[in-house]
Every structure is written in structure tokens, then in C-alpha cells.
Design a protein around this ligand. Structure first.
Ligand code: MLT
Length: 407
């Protein structure tokens, strides 16, 4: 008899954003005359930068011509894109990352979710709370956790982000082998200082651990003191993998392109204590299960690294940060304490109320969709996340409605 992977039965019935979509769709069906404004899932609304559109058109023309047509590309990505990433995102910041340490992919969600499969199933996990649900759920699926009891999976060290620690988790007292970090943070919008990241790198070294550093939102950092990459920290090449995405910086949520950096210095061990190259393992996995991102999409991504591309993507991120400031100011003036929104496109609001009840209130009274903090973990209770990804007009209308509903 065919049997299921029973680890899936430990998961909540559906993925957070599917849950929210169901509630919103039900509301829309029951209230067709009440237009909804979505500030929930972090999905971009503004069109692709002009440089990307032009590159897509040009690459499509190449695909239409026998002389320039391309079939399978390198699984790891075309050299033109990997070299541009290495030069602009790393060398320019003093980080020693080579082009062949970069793996181009169709999204950071997939990469963050898939990376765990190259590590043992009996390793110790340290995962933030609140957290992007993909990190936890993929480890549950792989059997690295016990059952979920009272909102916590057995076998996971939760790195709590609370008002008391400014939403930046402290180094745990216990050991961990695989550590997930995300800065600027999803969902809280908090950022980590250089000193805080140095402490994590030192901890990873001391524990022969690996940090999975999700920096999908680095393009929103405006404070010059805040690191954009874990590799700005000395020694991180030996202990960290970094995930980056074009989704938010260039509006690629529907276009799909991202990359993961796996330095060649990174090692993990087998049960006999023998060291193995993590780069080689990921390359093996990537070439077996992935056939590369479409050529026109990689050309569009590479266009971001031209002078015009840099100016256009900065303007796009500045635009969303303008929304973020409006949201944070409005929620603060309503009496809520907030973080995020200054170096991140998310504003994390301490409502002091049940987060799903607050979500329902905003939906029913203001027709605005946010994300309930409890969906990101136990420490998210009492909070909601509002996303800055929408048009200026929609953000302004949403804030006026929220002010009216909550006054
Ligand atoms: C979010 O809303 O947290 C993001 O859209 C997640 C993602 O990028 O997959």
C-alpha cells in the first residue's frame, strides 16, 4: 500500500498565505461591493524596471533567431549574470565571492526550502520566531522535528524576537548545527548590526555550524552602518550560505529569479567526522533537480547591474520605502508601537491584541488585508505585519480607512 510521508501530518493544514487568501476570498465573495486593499503578502505591484523590459524583449528576439537561439543553459546560471552579481553585490562591498560560488535559481523561497536536504536529518536547528514559515515547514517535512505542541515543534531551538530584545534574537545558550537568520527581517523589518552578525559568525565557528542567511530584502537598507551581506563579516565564508532575490528589488515576484551563494570554503561533516564541500553537495543537488532559469529572465536580471538598472531599482525600492514610512507614521500616530519600514518594506506592529482578531477587524472594518503575526510563530502573537508593496494611492486609502476603523 502506498504510504505518505507522515512528517506532513505534523504541519498546519495549509500554508500561511493560502490561509489568508481563503479568508480574503470568502470576504470578497460575501461583500462584492467592498473593494479590498492587500497589504498582506509581500507581493510587488509596480511594473518591471524599463531596463529589464528592454532586456527581456531583446533576449526574446534572440530566442526567435536560429543563430542566437538557446536551449538548456548552465544549471548554475549564465556567466554574464553570475559575474555581474559577484562584481556588484560582493566585490563592490569588499566581499570575496567568486562568480562560480553563485547559483542562479527561480526563487529564494525554493532555495531556502531546498537547501536543508543536503544536511543530516538528525542535526540541531535554530530558527527565529517569528519567522518566514518556509524555514520551519521544510524541516518539518524532512523529519527534523517532533510534533507541534502549543505552537512549537519539538527539537527546534527557537530564537525569540520580542519587544524586549528589539526583535533581534540573542545567541542561544544551547548548541545548534544549522541556524536560519534573515536580515532585514521578514516579518519584523528589524535589521542586525555588524557586531550582532559578528557574534553569530563566531557562534557558528565555535559550533562547527552553518548559518543560512536570507538577505532577500537587503536592497531596502538605507542605514550605511548596516551590513547588506553576511560576507561583510570576517570569517563568514567558512560558515555561511546567503540567499538573495530579484523579487523585491526589481519586481520579479512573477518573473522569478534569485541566487544562492555557497562559498567553496564551506564544509560539513559525515558521521565519521570527514569533511565535505558544501558547494560540491549543493552543485550536485542543483544539477540533478534544476535545469536553470530561462535565458530572457537571466538577461533581464543582468540588466539590473547596468548604471540605468541600478538607478531604476533604487528608485523602485525608494518608492516602496516611501509607502513604508507612511504606514509606520500612521500606525504610530494611532498609538501602536512599530518597528521596520525604515530599512525594510515591512512594518511590524505591536497591537497588544489577538493577531487573527486584529486581522479580521482590519478586513471587516477597513477592507485592508494585513498578515497576522501568529502566522509567523508564537512570538508573533499580539502583532501584525503590514507590507509596503502597493501603489501610493492604495496605501493612502488603506491608511485613511484604518484610521477611521480603529479610532
Ligand atoms: C512574504 O509575504 O512574506 C513574502 O512574499 C514571502 C516570499 O517572498 O515568498
Amino acid at each position: 500500500m502506498i504510504r505518505i510521508n507522515e512528517n506532513y501530518t505534523k504541519l498546519k493544514a495549509s500554508y500561511l498565505f493560502s490561509d489568508i487568501a481563503k479568508r480574503v476570498n470568502a470576504y470578497v465573495a460575501a461583500n462584492p461591493d467592498k473593494p479590498i486593499i492587500k497589504l498582506g503578502i509581500g507581493d510587488v505591484t509596480e511594473p518591471l524596471p524599463q531596463v529589464c523590459v528592454e532586456a527581456l524583449h531583446a533576449a526574446t528576439d534572440e530566442m526567435a533567431d536560429r543563430a542566437t537561439f538557446k536551449g538548456y543553459g548552465p544549471e548554475q546560471g549564465y556567466a554574464f549574470l553570475r559575474e555581474a552579481i559577484a562584481k556588484h553585490d560582493y566585490a563592490a562591498r569588499g566581499c570575496a565571492i567568486e562568480a562560480d560560488e553563485i547559483f542562479v535559481s527561480d526563487g529564494s523561497k525554493c532555495d531556502c526550502g531546498n537547501i536543508q536536504e543536503i544536511f543530516g536529518t538528525d542535526i540541531r536547528l535554530a530558527i527565529p520566531d517569528p519567522v518566514y514559515p518556509v524555514y520551519v515547514d521544510t524541516n518539518v517535512m524532512a523529519g527534523r522535528t517532533g510534533a507541534n505542541v502549543d505552537g512549537r515543534y519539538a527539537g527546534v531551538t527557537y530564537l525569540e524576537s520580542t519587544p524586549d530584545n528589539g526583535y533581534v534574537p540573542s545567541i542561544p545558550a544551547t548548541g545548534a548545527d544549522l541556524i536560519y537568520l534573515c536580515f532585514p527581517n521578514n516579518p519584523t523589518g528589524a535589521v542586525a548590526t555588524k557586531a550582532q552578525l559578528e557574534a553569530w559568525v563566531a557562534y557558528a565557528k565555535a559550533n562547527q555550524a552553518i548559518i543560512l542567511f536570507d538577505s532577500a530584502y537587503e536592497a531596502f537598507i538605507r542605514d550605511p552602518e548596516i551590513p547588506h551581506s553576511i560576507y561583510e563579516i570576517e570569517g563568514a565564508r567558512e560558515v555561511a550560505i546567503e540567499f538573495r532575490s530579484f523579487s523585491k528589488i526589481a519586481g520579479f515576484t512573477g518573473t522569478r529569479c534569485a541566487y544562492t551563494v555557497v562559498p567553496k570554503a564551506l564544509q560539513a561533516f559525515d558521521s565519521a567526522g570527514k569533511a565535505h564541500s558544501v558547494h560540491a553537495l549543493w552543485n550536485r543537488r542543483h544539477t540533478t533537480k534544476f535545469n536553470g532559469v530561462a535565458y530572457p529572465i537571466q538577461k533581464a536580471a543582468a540588466a539590473i547591474y547596468t548604471d540605468a538598472g541600478q538607478a531604476q531599482t533604487k528608485a523602485l525600492c525608494d518608492f516602496y520605502l516611501g509607502n513604508a514610512k507612511l504606514i509606520r507614521d500612521a500606525m504610530t500616530s494611532l498609538g501602536y508601537s512599530c518597528i521596520g519600514g525604515d530599512n525594510a518594506p515591512y512594518i511590524w506592529i505591536n497591537t497588544g491584541k489577538d493577531s487573527w482578531a486584529f486581522f479580521d477587524d482590519l478586513l471587516n472594518k477597513a477592507q485592508v488585508v494585513c498578515t497576522p503575526g501568529a502566522g509567523f510563530g508564537k512570538c508573533g502573537e499580539g502583532h501584525v505585519r503590514i507590507s509596503a508593496f502597493n501603489s501610493r494611492a492604495n496605501v493612502e486609502t488603506a491608511l485613511a480607512r484604518i484610521a477611521q476603523a480603529l479610532k
